[in-house]
Write a protein that binds this ligand. Structure first.
Ligand code: 7PM
Length: 282
C-alpha cells in the first residue's frame, strides 16, 4: 500500500514496493545513565553525539524520549521530562532529519511543537485529556500506538479475545478521534505497540498481522520491536544480545508492509534492509 506521511518539515512518499526503503527511526533516550551520570550536561552531550551517529548511519527520524515507559516504571514529573527533552530538541533541530518526541503528556507535546518537533509519538495514543488539542493544529506527524492498560500494570496479565481485531478497533477509534478534531490522515501512522500489554503470543500474532493492520487502517504502520522481550523470548537472549533477533524482526515487519521501523541499532538495521531489498523481485 502506498502512503504519504507528513511530519512537520518533512514529507515522505512511502512506496508499496518491496524494493522501496522504509523509514528508519532511531531511538534516542535522554534519560540520565544511573551508572555514569555526570549530570544534565553530560546526558545532553551524549544524546547529541548519539543522534549524529544515527543520522550518519542512515536514520530518517530521531525519536527523542525523556521518560522510560518500562513496565512498572514510575511516572516522570512534567518538569523533569521537559528538562530532558527540550534541550535535546533545540540542539538537534539543525540535524536535517525529522525529530519525533516520545511523550504522552500534552504539555510536553505543546512545548515540543513550539520548539519545532516534526512528530509526536504517543504510546498512549493521544488519550490524555488535552492531547488531541495539543497536536491538532499544524502539520506534525503523529504516531498512534496501541497499549492495553498502563505501563505500571500492562504486563501483569494481558488478555484479549482476539488481539488483532481489538488492536485494529482501538487504532481505528483513535484515528477517528484525531480526524474528528481536524487532523488530516496524511499526518498519521499507526503502531500495534509490541510489548505494551501483550504476551509473547499476542506480539507475534500482531507481527504476523502487519499487512492486515495496514490494510484495515489504510495508514502506514510503524513497528517497534528492537531488543524487546518478544525477541528475548524466542532467542533466549538477554537484552544486550538481541541485535540479530531484532534485525530479523524488523525485516519480518517490513516484509509485511511496515513503512517505519523504530530501532536502537540504526547502522545494522539499514544494512539488513539494503541487502534484503536488493534480493527482492518487483
Ligand atoms: C523500557 C521498556 C524502555 C520498553 C523503553 C521501552 C515503542 C515506542 C517505546 C514502540 C512506539 C522501547 C520501549 N516502544 N513508541 N516507545 N512504538 N511508537 O523498547 O514500540 O523502546 S519505549
Amino acid at each position: 500500500m502506498r502512503h504519504f506521511l507528513q511530519c512537520g518539515r518533512f514529507g515522505y512518499a512511502l512506496e508499496a514496493t518491496a524494493t522501496a526503503m522504509p523509514l528508519v527511526m532511531g531511538i534516542l533516550n535522554v534519560t540520565p545513565d544511573s551508572f555514569s551520570d555526570g549530570g544534565r550536561f553530560q546526558t545532553l552531550e551524549f544524546a547529541i553525539s548519539r543522534a549524529e551517529e544515527m543520522v550518519a548511519d542512515g536514520a530518517d527520524l530521531i525519536d527523542i524520549g525523556g521518560e522510560t515507559t518500562r513496565p512498572g516504571a514510575p511516572a516522570l514529573p512534567l518538569e523533569d521530562e521537559l528538562r530532558r527533552v527540550m534541550p535535546a530538541l533545540y540542539a538537534l533541530r539543525g540535524l536535517g532529519k525529522a525529530l519525533s518526541v516520545d511523550t504522552y503528556k500534552p504539555e510536553v507535546m505543546r512545548q515540543a511543537l513550539l520548539a519545532g518537533a516534526d512528530m509526536i509519538n504517543d504510546v498512549n495514543a493521544f488519550r490524555a485529556p488535552g492531547a488531541v488539542e495539543a497536536v491538532r493544529e499544524g502539520d506534525c506527524g503523529l504516531c498512534v500506538m496501541h497499549m492495553q492498560s498502563t505501563p505500571a500494570t500492562m504486563q501483569h496479565d494481558p488478555a484479549y479475545a482476539d488481539v488483532v481485531a481489538e488492536v485494529i478497533a482501538f487504532l481505528q477509534a483513535r484515528v477517528a478521534a484525531l480526524e474528528a478534531a481536524g487532523v488530516r490522515r496524511e499526518r498519521i501512522c499507526v503502531d500495534p505497540g509490541f510489548g505494551f500489554g501483550k504476551s509473547v503470543a499476542h506480539n507475534y500474532a500482531l507481527l504476523r498481522a502487519t499487512a492486515r493492520i495496514e490494510r484495515e487502517l489504510g495508514l502506514p504502520v510503524l513497528a517497534g520491536l528492537s531488543r524487546k522481550s518478544m525477541i528475548g523470548a524466542v532467542t533466549g537472549r538477554p537484552v544486550e544480545r538481541r541485535l540479530a533477533g531484532s534485525l530479523a524482526g524488523a525485516l519480518a515487519a517490513v516484509a509485511q508492509g511496515a513503512k517505519i521501523v523504530r530501532v536502537h541499532d540504526v547502522a545494522e538495521t539499514v544494512d539488513a534492509l539494503k541487502v534484503w531489498q536488493a534480493a527482492q523481485i518487483d
